[in-house]
Design a protein around this ligand. Structure first.
Ligand SMILES: Cc1ncc(C[n+]2csc(CCOP(=O)(O)OP(=O)(O)O)c2C)c(N)n1
Ligand SMILES: [Mg+2]
Length: 336
């Protein structure tokens, strides 16, 4: 790892303590939300593809915590966690998964295409790597308009095999754009031509023939993720320079709902070993050690989160299907 792992300072003011607890709540929300998503999918309430983010929560929560509301981001189809971390409502996301009219894109996008321009959340993209050049374009637009926002792109390590990745990073480096490329290296890229896992390491070494700052980050460590992202955001805002973060993480579930958790291309032992570094448990333990929360506090948080998730489920179940005439409308017609 490039830098020593940051820890919670000895003295934390009340506002920071609240912020730290809110990150734990966000991660628990993503976890419980997706567990319910998995159940609803198995019951046939959710159709199409559905990729869970369980195990990777600290990446989205830690990095999005470093952003401003007017920054923009794109991500892959594994997008529920990023959308929740960005503050999109559990109701709007769950209804979208159910294909309902009240979903964040009126039921037109589904799991892989969550979108909310008002939050700078520009998708949810089903084509591996397609959103990487789009993000370079977003960063170009920011620089062209003399803004100080950053454009962030989350993608899996298998996207690095895509020519568009190299073009997009090359241009961002040459044009000195405020882009942050976050490679979520969860070790497996499924659904390749050979239908087998591609364990790919050292993305940074492969990718950084480009003139761009890069770091390898422990994605299960929330504070490490936040600190690396802070550095990348400062570089983007103050110097208009891009960054590549290769984040080492792991997904605890299968690639998608049709993929087994283990047995096919990874062993039960491997998954169990990785589960020992569950990002939620790690952050919860850090907060407890710093006496910023106790077991009763975590229990109350769990209950509060569960109420929010169950509310989103009820909302999605009771919401109407989109009217067929919606086939011809544009969710964002008239918006900028
Ligand atoms: C251009 C393209 N090729 C193939 C696919 C099929 N596909 C869907 S997910 C995936 C694996 C991607 O793995 P990775 O980028 O590591 O992301 P992860 O699923 O691990 O989050 C593939 C090959 C696709 N969606 N788009
Ligand atoms: Mg992967």
């Amino acid at each position: 790892m490039a830098t020593a792992a940051p820890t919670i300072p000895k003295k934390v003011d009340a506002q920071t303590a609240e912020l730290y607890r809110s990150w734990l709540r966000q991660m628990i929300l993503i976890r419980r939300f997706e567990e319910k998503t998995g159940e609803a999918y198995s019951l046939g309430q959710i159709g199409g593809f559905c990729h869970l983010y369980i195990g990777q929560e600290a990446v989205a929560v830690g990095s999005i915590a470093a952003l401003r509301h007017d920054d923009v981001l794109t991500c892959s189809y594994r997008d529920h966690g990023h959308a929740l971390a960005r503050g999109m409502s559990a109701r709007g996301i769950m209804a979208e998964l159910f294909g309902k009219a009240t979903g964040c894109t009126k039921g037109k996008g589904g799991s892989m295409h969550l979108f909310d321009a008002s939050k700078g959340f520009l998708g949810g993209h089903g084509i591996v790597g397609a959103h990487i050049p789009i993000t370079t374009g977003l960063a170009f637009a920011i620089k062209y308009k003399k803004g100080d926002q950053v454009a962030v792109c989350y993608f899996g390590e298998a996207a690095v095999n895509n020519g568009a990745f190299h073009e997009a990073l090359n241009m961002a480096a040459l044009w000195k754009l405020p882009a942050i490329f976050i490679c979520e290296n969860n070790r497996y890229g499924m659904g390749t031509a050979l239908e087998r896992a591609s364990a790919i390491y050292d993305i940074s070494e492969r990718a950084c023939s480009y003139d761009m700052a890069n770091e390898v980050v422990d994605g299960q460590d929330l504070l490490a993720m936040k600190a690396a992202m802070d550095r990348a955001v400062t570089r983007g805002r103050k110097e208009s320079l891009p960054t590549l973060l290769e984040v080492r993480t792991y997904r605890f579930m299968g690639h998608s709902m049709s993929d087994p958790i283990h047995g096919h291309y990874r062993t039960k032992e491997e998954v169990e070993e990785q589960r020992k570094r569950d990002p939620i448990a790690l952050w919860g333990d850090q907060l407890k050690a710093a006496k910023l929360i106790d077991d009763a506090g975590i229990k109350a948080m769990e209950e509060d989160v569960m109420a929010e998730v169950m509310d989103s489920l009820k909302f999605a179940e009771e919401s109407p299907d989109p009217d067929p005439s919606e086939l011809w409308t544009d969710v964002y017609a008239g918006s900028n």
